[in-house]
Design a protein around this ligand. Structure first.
Ligand SMILES: [Zn+2]
Length: 297
């Protein structure tokens, strides 16, 4: 089965929850490259994938969010781009139950595009292409291009994926609620996202991070209005981050997600998951709710 066939018989595909906070809980020190753990702490990385598959995720993401050549260069690890991404994909694929999926996670490169910043679109595309090729070679079922604040950088990632394979990709921006509505940091609104991303042939388009479940329902409703019958991706945070005794905590638990599930269900076809602060309990709760509604006649 591939992700496309999945939607012949289902309305909602369930992704995983947060990865970074679980790596930290397992001992990832501040300032260490999370992708390095794909080699140095393979067991701990695989435990997170197993946790989400067990909680009911139809697909988990690879621990490669910061695995682009440019992002790894901030740790001096750019020469290990292939190795770290390939291992990240294999870690998840090795524990994947049959009938489930692994999507290669690709996040921002950490640098700002010209003319505001220092890198060209060609450099950024090249940087993502190395990453995408390694993930594809390792056998991912598709890609999750996530947490982009600049739609131009997201388009570089889209082009990079298309240059190396024909696998499906999910394309996702992060929005902030402003007095004028939801906009990315670089000023893209929801209708503009839809107009631009539909043209790319994305498997799903949507939003992750930056918002808790209530705001994300609104983002989803606006995406649905603008996109017609397109598959939408929604991956809310567990509410707002708050600092408690020097530790970042999040304010929404699984019951908050449950409260809004009825509104989410109206937005099908959907790819749902959790971003920062979410854990296996959020995913288990969504699994139970989805299983009550997810069968197409
Ligand atoms: Zn997040």
């Amino acid at each position: 089965m591939n992700p496309q066939n999945f939607f012949d018989t289902h309305d909602i595909l369930l992704l995983d929850g947060a990865t970074g906070s679980h790596l930290i809980a397992k001992g990832l020190p501040t300032g260490e490259c999370p992708e390095l753990w794909n080699i140095s702490h393979k067991k701990q990385v695989q435990e997170i994938a197993v946790m989400y598959f067990t909680a009911g995720s139809d697909a988990v993401l690879t621990n490669t969010f910061g695995g682009s050549f440019l992002k790894l260069s901030s740790y001096g690890l750019q020469n290990r781009t292939h190795e770290l991404n390939y291992a990240g994909a294999r870690n998840a694929i090795e524990v994947k139950p049959s009938g489930r999926f692994v999507f290669g996670s690709i996040g921002p490169c950490g640098k700002i595009l010209l003319p505001y910043g220092e890198v060209s679109e060609d450099e950024v595309t090249d940087s993502f292409r190395l990453q995408a090729k390694s993930l594809a070679d390792a056998g991912v079922d598709g890609f999750m291009l996530e947490t982009f604040l600049d739609i131009r950088e997201l388009l570089c990632a889209v082009n990079a994926v298309k240059q190396v394979c024909e696998l499906p990709f999910l394309a996702s921006l992060t929005y902030q609620l402003t007095p004028r509505g939801f906009y990315t940091m670089m000023g893209t609104g929801i209708e503009e996202e839809v107009a631009i991303l539909i043209e790319t042939g994305a498997f799903a388009i949507g939003s992750n991070c930056g918002n808790g479940i209530a705001n994300m329902v609104q983002v989803g409703q606006q995406l649905r209005l603008a996109s017609g019958a397109m598959k939408l991706l929604l991956k809310p945070n567990a509410g707002e981050p708050v600092l408690k005794d020097g530790v970042t905590c999040y304010t929404e638990d699984a019951s908050d997600f449950k409260k809004h599930f009825f509104e989410l269900g109206a937005l099908k076809p959907l790819i749902l998951g959790g971003c920062c602060g979410t854990d296996a309990e959020h995913i288990r709760t969504l699994r139970q709710l989805i299983d009550k509604t997810n069968n197409k006649p």
